[in-house]
Design a protein around this ligand. Structure first.
Ligand SMILES: Cc1cc2nc3c(=O)[nH]c(=O)nc-3n(C[C@H](O)[C@H](O)[C@H](O)COP(=O)(O)OP(=O)(O)OC[C@H]3O[C@@H](n4cnc5c(N)ncnc54)[C@H](O)[C@@H]3O)c2cc1C
Length: 397
């Protein structure tokens, strides 16, 4: 074969195709086995990593036909599937499904989360289209054909792992509602009878077998290990609305635990919470009171008004030399009569200076709304706290 610019572009296109396919395999396999890696990486971190990684995969998938187009000048042949040659048509369809899934991932905050989860299932369809395309159009030697076959086996292993996990969870994850108790005007605590083993600070996936709410919803546990499991929820949409109206004896499916928002046993700890972001800290504080762990903790807890402080009674009863707290009220009236430990405003340098003994050497655990989280991180950075000393739990993936 004579070497020309066209052959170079064609070879790059082929290479991009194989790399894109292998990365796609890795992306899907890591999703299917994400629960397996939770212990080491944290499922939430895996999910967030996957979102970023998918852009990297998209780069190779999209540029794979672009290089062919540049080499061949026949743009149309790579844009519109021609079913006279099904391997190429399958590849083009796979690419469009991939682009569709990527757009849905970008827009999932606008479209319903549930719809996004269903669209996401299309990744399997696109994988098998891409596999068919790869085997029949992309492999010109036995070696490259083998790569596609191994990738297919890897994905099947992933699907088997995921399916057996789901079957097991369906058997062991059934719990019955014990109570639903209103906490503030827009929050409540759902408690089920029984518990699973977990570390304080972790979260679970909840599903309901009613109102078509079987899709998983993540909630951090707010009770301490060993107690009946409680989840404190803020009313957001259909799932939380239905959970609020659950009656004692109804079924909740609970899958987990996941995540590694678990405080390290060293240095002073500062917990920065906003609104319902208090849940992991309630579990951690309950656990520490129970075990009488003597590690200094300062809780800085932001709410709109005093009536919005979710666990005020419970937090106020923690009377330990290692525990300090301040409630920050962002919307308290100027002339509001506030309880002791309440301050008006947001987290700021003045609050850190007054409540945190050793700002530079403490470890910070942050859970709350996006804006609060970003303000807190910036403030801490300005105060000389390193990124490695800050741990964030996102309630919004
Ligand atoms: C790790 C983690 C822990 C969480 N812990 C708590 C908690 O302790 N208490 C609490 O009140 N909330 C918690 N959340 C948020 C909670 O999962 C959502 O508010 C809830 O799923 C909303 O469901 P909905 O149907 O009531 O509202 P919707 O109207 O469906 O959703 C409101 C918003 O919640 C997000 N959301 C919806 N469904 C899901 C889903 N399946 N997975 C991820 N996000 C979703 C979407 O971004 C959506 O815009 C947590 C989220 C995460 C990621």
């Amino acid at each position: 074969m004579t070497f020309t610019l066209a052959t170079l572009l064609y070879s790059i296109g082929k290479l991009f195709g194989i790399i894109g396919f292998l990365l796609l395999t890795l992306l899907i396999f890591s999703g299917d086995t994400a629960r397996f890696w939770n212990k080491w990486v944290g499922l939430d971190k895996m999910i967030k990593f996957q979102r970023k990684f998918s852009y990297f995969v998209a780069f190779f998938v999209i540029f794979h036909p672009v290089f062919f187009m540049l080499s061949n000048e026949s743009t149309k042949g790579f844009l519109f599937p021609d079913f006279a040659y099904t391997p190429l048509a399958a590849g083009i369809i796979a690419m469009y499904i991939f682009i569709g899934v990527m757009i849905a991932s970008k827009l999932y905050k606008l479209i319903s989360y549930r719809v996004w989860q269903y669209i996401h299932i299309l990744t399997y369809v696109l994988f098998f289209f891409a596999l068919y395309h790869g085997i029949n159009a992309g492999s010109d030697s036995d070696d490259s054909g083998l790569i596609f076959i191994i990738a297919g086996i890897v994905i099947i292993i992933g699907i088997i792992y995921r399916t057996q996990y789901k079957i097991r969870e369906r058997k062991t994850g059934k719990f019955l509602v014990k109570s639903v108790i209103k906490k503030t005007h827009d929050t409540f605590t759902l408690t089920v009878s029984g518990h699973k083993d977990f570390f304080a600070g972790q979260f679970f996936f909840l599903r309901l077998n009613k109102n078509k709410l079987y899709a998983r919803h993540p909630f951090t546990i707010s009770s301490k290990p060993g107690d009946d499991m409680s989840f404190t929820m803020k009313l957001a949409g259909r799932f939380t609305q239905t959970a609020k109206d659950l009656k004692a004896g109804e079924e909740v499916l609970i899958d987990g635990p996941f995540g590694n928002f678990i405080p390290k046993p060293e240095k002073d700890l500062v917990f920065i919470a906003g609104g319902v972001g208090i849940t992991p800290f309630m579990s951690i504080l309950g656990d520490r009171v129970n075990k009488n762990i003597n590690q200094n903790i300062t809780l800085i807890y932001g709410s709109r008004t005093e009536a919005d402080i979710i666990f005020k009674k419970e937090i106020d009863t923690i009377d330990k030399p290692w525990f300090k707290k301040v409630y920050l009220l962002s919307q308290a009236e100027d002339n509001a009569i506030m309880s002791t430990d309440c301050e008006k405003g947001f987290i700021c340098k003045d609050i850190l200076d007054r409540y945190v003994k050793d700002i530079k050497n403490s470890l910070y655990y942050i859970c709350g709304p996006e804006k609060m989280k970003n303000n807190a991180k910036k403030l801490l950075k300005d105060e000389g706290v390193r990124g490695g000393q800050m741990f964030v739990e996102d309630f919004f993936w």
